[in-house]
Write a protein that binds this ligand. Structure first.
Ligand code: ATP
Ligand code: MG
Length: 434
């Protein structure tokens, strides 16, 4: 599987029965149908078992979503389901592990899962919904009428309170009855769009119509829930869900252009970056904080948070001044700075350096004790924007090449980096360092 990074879509609203689960489950199926090679996963913090009823193949046992909160590796907990969508078994009684809503984001950032993950939530702002809001790259909030639209403001506020940014929220007009006309002949969809724009909400360029056929798919006599794609293709909802999946795919591609762009593109400068990637790109060297153009130095990526940038060669030399392994740098390869789980709480070495050659073979490992690590910790702090006590399993990968690091921003270069990153992660996982 290609290393594609992870894009999390959380479907949330405080209003019950607005179509969250219908949108979340069907979106997974449509996304998979739209991009066959893209891993698509879904989990639900609800206890209605709709995800299980749509995706489970045969009797559904296995690790439930509770595993996310008690250390089970994600790739073990996810199982392959119907329509090629991976899912986790739902849980009847889900108990918060503590009150730290960052837990889920940390688990998802471990890199065990890639592609698109859809999270269905309960209609309350509990620990799990807040965790899913914080972890989200994009939040979809179905709105069906004025009250649910008013409620979206509260959700937006919760998104910000959880530590995310308000601009990740997108409204989806849902359960729209196209026959209903309000005063002066205005349709419900039109009305919601107007109201949303007045309140400065972002709203997707489609809706999900109310359809008896779609309703019957979830309320039939068997426990199996069928997707609109297979059982409701002649409804108005079919093209709408396809459109919604296309919108999510576009957002995903903007975030991970190297994976998805079909044509090789040469980037002449940092200013050429597509907006999705530019937001994760640092234009200053994280060591000396001076501007760096990419004509010189090294390219790096923060593997947990996906921030990228360049750093000067002389700056990296300074950071590694006490490290023996600096003398072993290959012409072409990668350096990984890894902060293990116990990172800053133990005296037995804080940062581990791993040196890889071009084929993903590990050349050297060096564990640095507390004192010489401080410069590396400062570098990690600049790259991740986190305080040392918040750092947890940080991983910074620096591509070592004789060419200008700018080449890593072009499609071909990005693919080379992604391939090397995959080899490195595989090796680290095989050696149980992750
Ligand atoms: N497009 C649609 N057309 C008709 N009925 C729909 C549509 N979408 C959802 N429904 C029906 O509306 C009800 C609520 O939908 P759904 O369960 O998806 O909402 P929800 O927001 O997840 O609810 P909850 O807050 O209880 O989790 C269900 O009975 C479902 O079958
Ligand atoms: Mg639901």
């Amino acid at each position: 599987m290609q290393d594609t990074g992870l894009f999390v879509v959380t479907v949330a609203s405080e209003k019950g029965g607005v179509g969250k689960t219908t949108i979340a489950t069907n979106l997974a199926v449509y996304l998979k149908a739209l991009c066959e090679d893209l891993p698509v996963s879904i989990i639900s913090f609800d206890n209605h078992f709709s995800v299980d009823n749509m995706f489970a193949i045969g009797p559904h046992h296995g690790q439930s979503v509770a595993g996310l909160f008690n250390g089970v590796p994600l790739d073990h907990a996810m199982q392959m389901g119907e329509y090629g969508v991976q899912f986790m078994v739902s849980e009847r009684h889900l108990e918060p592990p503590n009150d730290d809503v960052r837990h889920l984001s940390r688990v998802l950032a471990r890199g065990e899962l890639s592609g698109i993950l859809i999270i269905d939530t309960r209609p309350i702002l509990d620990y799990f919904t807040r965790s899913a809001l914080l972890a989200a790259d994009l939040v979809l909030t179905p709105v069906k009428d004025r009250p649910s639209l008013v409620n979206a403001s509260a959700l937006q506020q919760a998104l910000v309170e959880a530590g995310n940014t308000a601009d990740r929220l997108w409204l989806v007009p849902s359960l729209i009855d196209s026959r209903v006309r309000l005063k002066e002949g205005v349709g419900i969809h039109e009305f919601i769009v107007m109201q949303a724009k007045e309140r400065d909400f972002q709203i997707v360029d489609t809706c999900v119509a109310k359809s008896p056929k779609v309703e019957s798919l979830t309320t039939n006599f068997s426990s199996r829930i069928h997707p609109v794609l297979t059982h409701g293709r002649n409804t108005a909802v079919h093209p709408q869900l396809k459109h919604l999946a296309g919108f999510i795919r576009e957002r995903y591609e903007a975030e991970y252009p190297s994976v998805s762009a079909p044509l090789a593109r040469v980037v002449a400068s940092v200013e050429d970056l597509p907006p999705g990637r530019a937001s994760h790109f640092a234009t200053d060297c994280p060591v000396c904080h001076r501007r760096i153009t990419g004509q010189e130095g090294y390219f790096y990526q923060d593997l947990r948070h996906h921030g990228t940038g360049f750093l000067h060669r002389s700056c990296l030399d300074q950071v590694l001044i006490d490290a023996e392994l600096q003398t072993l740098f290959p012409d072409r390869g990668a350096l990984v700075m890894h902060l293990p789980e116990t990172g800053l709480t133990t005296d037995e070495g804080q940062v581990t350096l791993h040196l890889y050659d071009d084929d993903g073979e590990e050349i050297a490992v060096e564990v640095l004790p507390v004192e010489p690590s401080t410069r590396i910790i400062a570098l990690l702090q600049a790259v991740t924007g986190r305080e040392p006590e918040e750092m947890f399993r940080e991983m910074l990968m620096v591509a070592l090449t004789p060419e200008a690091p700018l080449t890593f921003l072009a499609e071909a270069g990005a693919a080379v980096f992604a391939q090397q990153r995959r080899l490195v992660l595989e090796d680290m996982r095989a050696k149980e360092r992750l």
